[in-house]
Structure formats: C-alpha cells, structure tokens
Design a protein around this ligand. Structure first.
Ligand code: IPD
Ligand code: CA
Ligand code: CA
Length: 270
C-alpha cells in the first residue's frame, strides 16, 4: 500500500472515533450556521484538526485544502505540487439530526490530479480506498461498479440543491425526467458516500450540482478505479472546479448525462 494512503486511513479512522464518540451525546452539540442551511459543529472542527495533525506530521511539506480551515501551504517550498483535500465530516446535517449517514473523506492530489483516496463511514465501519492505477477497495476487498446496462433498471443517487437555488428549476426538471426513466433516485445526504456507493455498485449512477472539491475528490477516484466514468456537465473532467458532477457505470453514464444535458440552460451545456 502507498505510505500516504496508509497515513490517510489512520487519520480517517481517528476522525471517525471523534465523530462516533460525539454521536452518543448529540444533545450537547454546539451547532453554528456558516450561512443559511450550511452548518458546522465543534465535531467537524475537532475531526479536521486531528486529521491535519496526523497528515502534517507525516508530510509537513504537503499543502492542505480542508473544508473548515481552508487552504494551507506546506512547510518550506518542497513538494508544493501535493495537496490533501479533506472533508472531516461529510453529511453534517445528518450527523446533527442523528441520521447515521455521514463520512470522513480524504484525498491526495498531485498537481491537481487525485492519486490517493479514503472515505470512511464510522457508522458501518466501511473503509473505501483507492490509489490511482491500483484499483478501488471496500474493507480491503476489490470493488467494481455495477454491471447494470440500462438506465431504466438503474438506481441513481443525487443531492438536492438546498443552498444555491439558481438551478433549482433545472434540477427539478431533470429529477422529474429521471424519476420516469430509472428504477429510482435516492438522496441520503453525504456526497462522498454517494460516490463511494457508485464505486461499489450500490448505485448505478450519481448526479449533483454545486458541490465542493472536498465532497468529490476521493469519491471520484474511487469510481474511476472501480471502472466507472465521472465528468462535469459538459462530459469533461473539470468537476472539481465546476462543482457539478455526473458519474455512472460505463453503460449508464452516457444516457444519464444526455438526459441531464437536455434540460440544462445554454450557459451550462457542452
Ligand atoms: C454536504 C453533503 C451533501 C451535499 C452537500 C454537501 P457537508 O456536505 O455532501 O450530501 O448535498 O452539497 O455540502 O456540508 O455535510 O460536509
Ligand atoms: Ca461535504
Ligand atoms: Ca463537511
């Protein structure tokens, strides 16, 4: 195993312990709203601090992009091409409500290309990992995307727009069409796990608008290493910067992207 992946796994498990401990006492949780419908708790911050401490101890020269503390340059000028991308608690709204669907997500990018990925679900003790060129794993067993061939038979994950409402009508038009043309859609509320579920075949596809890089970085590598396809709304690779992502098995991806593209305003169409 790549040593950086090994450290990232340890950091994700450490964060998972902090989250699990806090989940026993949700009444004590202090919640603040960063903006409307965007919450943060001291657990997000404590988990992030623990992750960063472990990663920096092992790789002091690597940069960091983390949801709660933002961008930090690595020490000195060496290894500036490496950056950890961290979501210490993906699914905070679920966590606050005691809904057991959230995860820790850690990715390592080199010159903007994600090479290592860890997503840890502390409720189910499920550890998803991937290394570029080395495949994707769930609890150390190799995972592949599903063999589903038709969109009509597919279970599709998604995320509702609940902060930026500019695309809500577009979103609903796509949602309506996909509800008629798939076996069903799901919105569990933690994008990193949604992507991991495409990688291990629980979903056949996924789409969401307005995500942040830390929601997607690890999950997207998992999917491509599991044999799936991931793109932005134009069918290109810039989902980490656009925040809009479509993913699926090789057969389901194209019809899913087509339906989404047909409903997009011209400004977003490829
Ligand atoms: C959120 C979750 C959710 C997605 C949101 C994200 P957070 O992350 O991944 O599924 O729909 O857009 O912001 O804020 O809980 O880390
Ligand atoms: Ca997130
Ligand atoms: Ca988060």
């Amino acid at each position: 195993m790549h040593p950086a992946l090994n450290i990232a796994i340890k950091a994700a498990r450490r964060a998972g312990q902090i989250i699990n401990r806090a989940s026993n006492d949700l009444d004590l949780l202090k919640v603040t709203a960063k903006q409307p419908n965007d919450f943060v708790t001291e657990v997000d911050k404590a988990a992030e601090a623990a992750i960063i401490e472990m990663l920096q101890e092992a790789y002091p020269h690597y940069g960091i992009l983390a949801e709660e503390s933002g961008e930090t340059a690595g020490a000195g000028s060496r290894d500036t091409e490496y950056q950890w991308i961290i979501d210490p608690l993906d699914g905070t709204t679920n966590f606050i409500h005691g809904m057991p669907q959230y995860a820790v997500s850690i990715a390592l990018a080199r010159a903007g290309v994600v090479e290592q990925a860890v997503i840890f679900d502390p409720n189910r003790n499920e550890l998803f990992t991937a290394s570029k060129g080395g495949g994707a794993f769930l609890n150390e067993r190799r995972i592949r995307v599903s063999r589903r061939l038709k969109l009509q038979d597919s279970l599709i994950g998604t995320g509702f727009p609940y902060r930026a409402f500019d695309l809500v009508d577009t979103y609903l038009a796509i949602f309506k069409e996909l509800t008629q043309k798939t076996a069903g859609q799901r919105r569990p509320g933690a994008a990193s796990l949604d992507l991991a579920y495409v990688a291990c075949g629980r979903y056949d596809g996924f789409w969401e608008f307005g995500l942040a890089p830390w929601d997607m970085a690890a999950g997207a590598l998992l999917i491509s290493e599991a044999g799936g396809l991931v793109s932005d709304l134009r069918g290109e690779a810039s989902y980490l910067t656009s925040g809009n992502i479509v993913a699926g098995t090789p057969k389901v991806f194209a019809p899913l992207l087509n339906i989404i593209q047909e409903k997009l305003p011209d400004s977003l169409r490829g």
